[in-house]
Design a protein around this ligand. Sequence first.
Ligand code: FES
Length: 118
Amino acid sequence: MGVDQDQSMELQKLADVKLIITDRAGEVRNVTAQSGDVLMQVLREHVDLTLGTCGGAISCGTCLVTLSPQWLASLPAASDDEAEMLEALDAGAFSRLSCQLAVDAAADGMEATIAPEE
Ligand code: FES
């Protein structure tokens, strides 16, 4: 791989990704993430420090988000562990654990709503 390709890939990795996040109070926030970021970390950093308490170990469920159907369809399917947690949380059909989702350029403009606290 040549230097130009390396630089191009590096720029792609660092591309800004705009997200539209509704927090637990119902406030809509525009958040800028970097391609490759884990959505839960982005939400902790920019929106709500209280979510993601297990650090992505799929054991707390506090990072639950609801996505609009068009975005959900573009994401990789949930792993068995994530699917089990979603079932245990009785999460809706459009819900995912944000700790299991990496942000990439395809997520630009994605809308997500942070689930209420249990
Ligand atoms: S951070 Fe705990 S389940 Fe996602």
